[in-house]
Write a protein that binds this ligand. Structure first.
Ligand code: NAP
Length: 313
């Protein structure tokens, strides 16, 4: 079993930055991810709110962050983490591809899109139902698509889809968007975007086993309608990816991880950064800041461990 000073689980912006700070402090670092580095940045077309870049493609920023985060010797490995055992000063990480021993752990596994839970959603997943406009938008060139949700993701991805689709209908359950004002303004100005307000989505409809439309009930009139669409992009919120950590005692009732300002969880040696934390603002910029703090705090934690060992002798 390989032993590290710190294992970082998740290679999004928070995890990569934690690895950068820890490896630059000369700690041995392993970054583990079940997929390609970059996390949700890979599913983002244009990033305009990360300083230093007017606008940058998500995969390009992922590549840049990965390169800078591994320049001081951090290892990167593929592996889906299944569970973690806390043995006090040592943690054992069990993955589908072997185990790792580490003195400290940074959880940076992020979040994933929630399902809306209506008939047709699961059955038509990959047949017109999607949670990633950047990945799947090109299948709908010149066609009508629907986006369900009213937050930043729904509006941002809806705007992105207008570059490909003939029309984009954003179907929202209230009469006001939750998205940032700048995104709202852009969407309202875009001729290709239509809005359906106060809609209670009931079903993703199909024809020949492919998406044909979205059926909803107007909450004000009680009338039923269908938005014809070949693609249904669902952005109704996010949930944490923390099932591997359920036995550590660090999750709240909804699965998010609480930390203090030092990114420490209540378990010594276990830190958390980025979207997986219980917090208000989930952004690349906030994840990066938290990663820097965690990397530095891991260093302090390991020094304290070493000091304790010396004084115990
Ligand atoms: P979100 O902010 O939680 O928004 C979810 C949207 O889905 C809300 O409009 C919500 O309606 C609606 N919704 C929730 N449950 C629903 C249901 N069962 N049926 C129909 N609609 C439902 O999620 P998000 O947009 O994915 O964003 C997640 C986080 O990432 C946020 O913190 C966001 O700011 C951040 N983010 C930032 C950017 C950016 O800065 N460019 C881009 C993407 C995401 P209500 O409004 O009625 O609650």
């Amino acid at each position: 079993m390989k032993t590290y000073d710190v294992v970082v689980i998740g290679a999004g912006p928070g995890g990569l930055t934690a690895a950068l700070y820890a490896s630059r402090a000369n700690l041995s670092v392993m970054i583990l991810d079940r997929g390609i580095y970059g996390g949700q940045m890979n599913n983002t077309a244009a990033i305009e709110n990360y300083p230093g870049f007017d606008s940058i493609l998500g995969p390009d920023l992922s590549e840049k962050m990965y390169k800078s985060s591994t320049q001081f010797g951090a290892d990167f490995g593929y592996g889906a983490v299944e569970s973690v055992e806390d043995k006090g000063n040592v943690k054992i990480i069990h993955t589908d591809d072997g185990d790792y021993e580490t003195k400290a752990l940074v959880i940076a596994t992020g979040s994933q899109y929630k399902k809306i839970g209506v008939p047709g959603e699961d059955e038509l997943s990959g047949r017109g139902v999607s949670y990633c406009a950047v990945c799947d938008g090109a299948f709908f060139k010149g066609q009508d698509v629907a986006v369900i949700g009213g937050g930043d993701s729904a509006v941002e991805e809806g705007i992105y889809l207008t570059q490909l689709a003939k029309s984009v209908t954003i179907i929202h359950r209230r009469d006001q968007l939750r998205a940032q004002k700048i995104l709202q303004d852009r969407a309202f100005k875009n001729d290709k975007i239509k809005f359906v307000w106060n809609a209670d989505v009931k079903e993703i409809m199909s024809e020949d086993q492919k998406v044909a439309g979205v059926r909803y009930v107007d909450k004000e009139t009680g009338e039923e309608h269908v938005v014809p669409a070949k693609g249904a992009f669902i952005y109704v919120g996010i949930q944490p990816m923390t099932s591997a950590f359920k036995d550590l005692g660090v999750l709240d009732e909804d699965g998010w991880i609480n930390t203090n300002d030092h990114m420490e969880t209540k378990v010594p040696g276990i830190f958390a950064v980025g979207d997986v934390r219980k917090k208000d603002l989930r952004q690349i910029a906030t994840a990066v800041g938290e990663g820097g703090i965690a990397g530095q705090q891991v260093f302090s934690y390991l020094q304290e461990l070493a000091d304790d060992k010396v004084s115990a002798k």
